[in-house]
Ligand binder design. Structure first.
Ligand code: CDP
Length: 223
C-alpha cells in the first residue's frame, strides 16, 4: 500500500482546501470522498429515487456503473453511468440530501471499495468523515480538522451556498454506519483562527514529528 494521509472533519471545517494544498505540495493524489457521496446523491435524485428509502437507494447504486479515476491534476474524478456530475455537486438539493444517502451502508460499501483502491496505485491525501476511523484505520497519518460552528457557518455562507451544515453534522455524527468521529489516534487541529497555509504548515510540522517520509520537493520548499 502507498502512503495515506487521512483528513477528516465536519462540514466547512476547511478540510478540502487543506487536503488539496497538502496533496499538491507533496505531489500526492487528492481524493475527495465527499464528492463521491455527493455524486451518489445526484444519481439517486436524477433516477427519481426517494433519498430516504434505504432499499431503493441501495438498489439504484447497485444498478449504477460507478467509475472513479484521477484527472490531470491528480484529483479524484467520478462518473455514473458515463456521466460526470461535477457541475451539480454543490447544488442545494445535493447539500440537502447527501447526509441521508450517506447513511445507507450499501452505498458506503460501494464507495469505500473505490476509495481504498486509490491507495493501491498512488500516495494519497484523502478527505472525508470516516477516513481515519474506517477507510484507512491503519494509517498513522490522520488528522481531524475542526472549527467552531460559527466560523464554519460563516465560511459556508461566504461561499454563497444554501447549506444547513448543523443538520448535516448531526446526521453524519449519529448515523450507525461509520459516523463522523475523531479517531482515537487522530491529531486534532482547530482551524478557527488559522489560514489554509497555517493549517497545512501545522500538519507538515506534525508529520515531521511522526517521521513521515516527506517528499524531496516538499522538503526543499520548506527549507
Ligand atoms: O465539503 P463539505 O464539508 O460540505 O462536505 P463534503 O465533504 O462534500 O461531504 C458531503 C457529505 O458526504 C457529508 O455531509 C457526509 O454526509 C458525506 N460523507 C460521508 O458520509 N463520508 C465521507 N467520507 C465523506 C462525506
Amino acid at each position: 500500500m502507498h502512503l495515506v494521509i487521512a483528513i477528516d472533519g465536519p462540514a466547512a471545517s476547511g478540510k478540502s482546501s487543506v487536503a488539496r494544498a497538502l496533496a499538491y505540495s507533496f505531489g500526492f493524489a487528492y481524493i475527495n470522498t465527499g464528492a463521491m457521496y455527493r455524486a451518489a446523491t445526484w444519481q439517486v435524485l436524477r433516477r427519481g429515487v426517494d433519498p430516504l428509502d434505504e432499499a431503493a437507494v441501495a438498489a439504484a447504486m447497485e444498478a449504477s456503473q460507478i467509475v472513479t479515476g484521477l484527472n490531470g491534476l491528480k484529483e479524484s474524478t467520478i462518473t455514473l453511468d458515463g456521466d460526470d456530475p461535477t457541475p451539480f455537486l454543490r447544488d442545494e438539493a445535493i447539500n440537502h440530501h447527501v447526509s441521508n444517502v450517506s447513511t445507507v451502508p450499501r452505498v458506503r460499501e460501494l464507495l469505500v471499495a473505490r476509495q481504498r483502491a486509490y491507495a493501491e496505485r498512488d500516495d494519497i491525501v484523502m478527505e472525508g468523515r470516516d477516513i481515519g476511523s474506517a477507510v484507512f484505520p491503519q494509517t498513522p497519518y490522520k488528522f481531524y480538522v475542526d472549527a467552531s460552528p460559527e466560523v464554519r457557518a460563516q465560511r459556508r455562507a461566504a461561499q454563497g451556498e444554501g447549506d444547513s451544515i448543523a443538520q448535516r453534522d448531526r446526521i453524519d455524527s449519529t448515523r450507525r454506519a461509520s459516523p463522523l468521529m475523531i479517531a482515537e489516534d487522530a491529531q486534532v487541529i482547530d482551524s478557527s483562527r488559522l489560514t489554509i497555509e497555517g493549517v497545512v504548515g501545522e500538519i507538515i510540522g506534525r508529520l515531521k514529528l511522526k517521521r513521515f517520509p516527506l517528499p524531496p520537493l516538499a522538503r526543499l520548499t520548506r527549507e
